[in-house]
Structures are given as structure tokens and as C-alpha cells.
Design a protein around this ligand. Structure first.
Ligand code: PXG
Length: 463
């Protein structure tokens, strides 16, 4: 297969010499050397030094059924033997694509019965930009082309999807955003809510959508896109008033609602989709990640019957990727969905491991460093603060404390990701109660060590 015997230092040197990593300062990596992951099973990673690391991020928010399932290996081998590739252009289809589209239509809520296949979350959102603009143009309203999204939302890394996203560090590289995208503020009550109650703040932030529509005119707005719960932005769970108000505005103002469920889909929030957990009725839904549990790259745009009908009636939709509905990826997605369903993984999140994890996670609020511990299903965050009463940020540059904590986690063989000075988690949904105990013990130890370090370095100071 490949040489499995190279020592860590040689692997790191070769990696630094030839491999540019995503979202990484490459020059830093030359000195430090990347951690080399060699294997994984269930919730456990193994690295080239034979450490066993508990992965509380499910790879990158995606390995919902856990790593290394033998059923998935069998399906992959069988599909490669049967049909390793064929495309779905030019009036052709194949069996895994047929079944996967039908399965997604069955699982997805409401009228989302139509599927356009993509290769990832990013290109799914690029598809969505073209779909919603083409939809309004086909209805005789080509000037309805603006898409509203949110600062600190994440929708991917391509030109279109990164423009939808509200990550300023991304916009500053490569000439983004593309024209026709407007951003409104996010519903982060903990750090931005000031003196408002969460309910008041949720309404206020939702009504920014109405203000933005009024500003440019309803006749110019095609769609609003948002993650039901922001993931990469720091697992920001909106106040309960937020989504009903957003839904009302989208309904009244005749704009399409796109729910980006790349992270929240396939059980992450305790239902098949985050839209069900949060009471959202999207016209378009983005899925990827948990669709295949990361066993193969695949994404999809799920469209309502009405949206798809308008697109279909308008003639040829000049859009598609070589790997739209790649048969290997589609077969693996189908097997992943079968496992989620047959093993009642969503029930496990709803009634067994989910509540167990949620109780332990909320209890972290007793830790002196933790101002807020929030969690829905199996995606959670803790906001670290030097002053709980004031919900204060640290005086140090944002992310300094988060990075220290992440490094303590690594040292304790735990993967938690930091977003600014929040720590976020999204473990494989199949995590057991025993594994949750180990996870929380390591998290507490890492928080203790972080706290000690902040005190020693004089960093427990509010901004
Ligand atoms: N939408 C959402 C909501 C996502 O979270 C994408 C779209 C893009 O998907 P692809 O498959 O193109 O990556 C994502 C991806 C992080 C991190 O560090 C999060 C993502 C990707 C990479 C890193 O939190 N989310």
C-alpha cells in the first residue's frame, strides 16, 4: 500500500517539505512537525508514537458512526469491484445514486425531496448560490440575487462558500466576498448580549435580517443562509427566540431559507437534522460530513419540491461536478445511513449517551475558568472567561487562552478544538458512557492545567 515503517521524524520532514496544510501556518510546521495519525477505531486515534488519543471532534465534526467500521470497508471493496466510477451527467445514473437520493428524500424533513449531489460542504454551498439565483431568475425576478448570511458563520472555503461565510480572516485573502452577499451579526448572547436577556437578544439579532432586507429591498434578496447552530464559529447555540423569528421573516418576505446542516445533520443535535431540533423549515439544506461519516468525500444540496420544479422547468441547469454522486461515496453514505438507522444511533444521542454527556458538560461550569458550558445533542462549547459575573473576554489577544488549553488537551491525549477562547466538542455519536468519563476527566485536567498556567503567567485578566 505505502511504506508504513518510516520513523516519525522522517514523515514529519517529508510532510514539511511537500505538503501545504489547510488553515495552517506552514512555516511554523517546519519547526514543530505535524502530529502523524496512523490509525483510528471507534472514538480513538493512534499516532506514530503509539499514543491513544480520544477524539472529541469526530475527525472534523464528521465521523458520526466512529472510525474504522468493518462494514464500511466491505462496502467500499464491493463497490470498487462492481462500479468504481461512472458519472451522472447526460441522462445517465447508477444504482447507489438512485438509492441515496431516495433515502435522503425519506429522511429529510418537510418538502425536501430532491437531491443535487456534490463533493463536499463547500461546493454544496456553491451549488446553493447558483440554485437560489437561478430559481429567482427562472421565476422572472433575476434582480433577486442577494444572499444574506452572518458574520462568524462558516460555509466553506471555495470562493462562493467562503463569501457566504463570515470569517473576516478568510475574506482578507483572495479578494472576497464575491458580489451580492450581505452579512448580519450572529446570535452570540454570551459574549455579545450585554444587558439584554437571551430572549431579547435572540429577537434583536433575528430582526437584523428584517432590517437588512428593508435596506436593500425585498425585491433584491434571494435567500438567507445560516447554520442552525454555528459550528466552526464556536458552537454558538442561539437563544430560543432566534429561529422562530428568522422563520417568520423568511416566510413573510418571500426569501428562501437555506439551512447549512453540514455539521448539524445526521444525528449531531439528537434528531436527524438540526432543523428538526430548532424548528426550522428550510427550502434548501446543505449536507456533507456526517452524510458519509467522513469515510468518503460527499455532499448534497437538498431542495424542496417547489424549488427543484422551478429549476427543472427552466431547462438545462448548467452545473455539476465530475464526482457528483460518485458511486463509491454514495455507497458508503448509504451504508453509513443504514448503520445510523439500524443501530438507532440517534436514539443513543437522544436518550443514552447524549443526556449523560450533557450533564457532565454542564457541570464544567463549576470550573473557575468556565463561564458557560452549552451543548445540544452532541455538539458543545465552553466559553472561558477571567470574570464569570461580567461574562468578560480575556485581555490577551483572542485565542491565546484557547490555544493554551488546546495544547494541554493534546498533552493529555484528548482532541478538543479551540475557537478563539472557546473550546468546542463534537465527539463520534457512538461514544459510550465509559468513554465519556475518560473524556471529561481529561478535559478537567486540561482545564486545571490551563488555569494554573494563566495564573502563573498573569493572564487571568479581563479585557
Ligand atoms: N458548512 C458548514 C456548516 C461547515 O461546518 C462546510 C460548510 C464546508 O464543508 P467542507 O466539506 O467543504 O469542508 C463546513 C465545514 C473547523 C472546521 O475547524 C470546520 C469545517 C471545515 C474545516 C474545519 O471547525 N466545517
Amino acid at each position: 500500500m505505502y511504506d508504513t515503517n518510516l520513523p516519525t521524524a522522517e514523515l514529519q520532514a517529508l510532510d514539511a517539505a511537500h505538503h501545504l496544510h489547510p488553515f495552517t501556518d506552514g512555516s511554523g510546521l517546519i519547526h514543530k512537525g505535524a502530529r502523524v495519525i496512523t490509525g483510528a477505531e471507534g472514538v480513538w486515534l493512534t499516532d506514530s508514537e503509539n499514543n491513544r488519543i480520544l477524539d472529541a471532534m469526530a475527525g472534523l465534526w464528521c465521523v458520526n458512526i466512529g472510525f474504522g467500521r468493518p462494514e464500511m470497508a466491505e462496502v467500499a471493496a464491493a463497490q470498487v469491484r462492481q462500479l468504481s466510477f461512472y458519472n451522472t451527467f447526460f441522462q445517465t445514473t447508477h444504482v447507489p445514486a438512485v438509492h441515496l437520493a431516495a433515502k435522503l428524500a425519506e429522511l429529510a424533513p418537510g418538502e425536501l425531496n430532491q437531491v443535487f449531489f456534490n463533493g463536499s460542504g463547500s461546493d454544496s454551498n456553491d451549488t446553493n448560490i447558483r440554485v437560489v439565483r437561478h430559481y429567482w431568475a427562472a421565476k422572472g425576478k433575476p434582480e433577486k440575487d442577494i444572499i444574506i448570511s452572518r458574520w462568524n458563520g462558516y460555509h466553506g472555503s471555495t470562493m462562493g462558500s467562503a463569501s457566504l461565510g463570515g470569517m473576516k480572516g478568510m475574506h482578507s485573502q483572495g479578494g472576497l466576498p464575491i458580489p451580492g452577499i450581505l452579512h448580519i451579526e450572529q446570535p452570540d448572547w454570551y459574549f455579545e448580549g450585554g444587558d439584554m436577556t437571551p430572549e431579547e437578544f435572540g429577537l434583536a439579532r433575528a430582526r437584523l435580517l428584517e432590517r437588512a432586507i428593508d435596506k436593500v429591498g425585498e425585491g433584491r434578496v434571494a435567500a438567507f443562509i445560516a447554520e442552525p447552530i454555528q459550528g466552526a464559529g464556536g458552537v454558538i447555540i442561539p437563544p430560543e427566540t432566534y429561529w422562530p423569528e428568522i422563520q417568520r421573516i423568511c416566510d413573510e418576505r418571500e426569501i428562501l431559507l437555506i439551512a447549512d446542516e453540514v455539521i448539524t445533520g445526521f444525528g449531531r443535535t439528537g434528531n436527524w437534522f438540526g432543523s428538526q431540533t430548532l424548528g426550522i423549515r428550510p427550502d434548501v439544506m446543505t449536507v456533507a460530513k456526517g452524510l458519509s461519516s467522513g469515510y468518503a468525500p460527499i455532499g448534497a444540496s437538498l431542495l424542496s419540491d417547489e424549488v427543484a420544479q422551478v429549476i427543472n422547468d427552466a431547462g438545462e441547469f448548467n452545473h455539476g461536478y465530475t464526482y457528483s454522486a460518485h458511486p463509491l461515496c454514495a455507497a458508503l453514505a448509504l451504508e453509513n445511513l443504514r448503520i445510523l438507522q439500524d443501530e438507532d444511533v440517534i436514539g443513543h444521542v437522544q436518550t443514552v449517551a447524549g443526556p449523560y454527556l450533557q450533564e457532565k458538560w454542564k457541570a464544567l461550569e463549576d470550573h473557575p475558568l468556565v463561564g458557560d458550558a452549552s451543548i445540544v445533542g452532541m455538539m458543545g462549547s465552553i466559553a472561558m472567561t477571567p470574570d464569570k459575573a461580567a461574562r468578560a473576554r480575556f485581555a490577551s489577544e483572542e485565542g491565546t487562552v484557547g490555544l493554551i488549553c488546546r495544547e494541554r488537551c493534546f498533552a493529555n491525549n484528548l482532541v478538543m478544538r479551540h475557537v478563539g477562547d472557546r473550546m468546542v466538542i463534537a465527539p463520534p455519536l457512538v461514544i459510550s458512557e465509559d468513554e465519556i468519563d475518560i473524556f471529561i476527566d481529561r478535559a478537567v485536567q486540561s482545564l486545571d492545567e490551563t488555569h494554573a498556567r494563566l495564573k502563573a503567567d498573569g493572564l487571568m485578566v479581563a479585557a
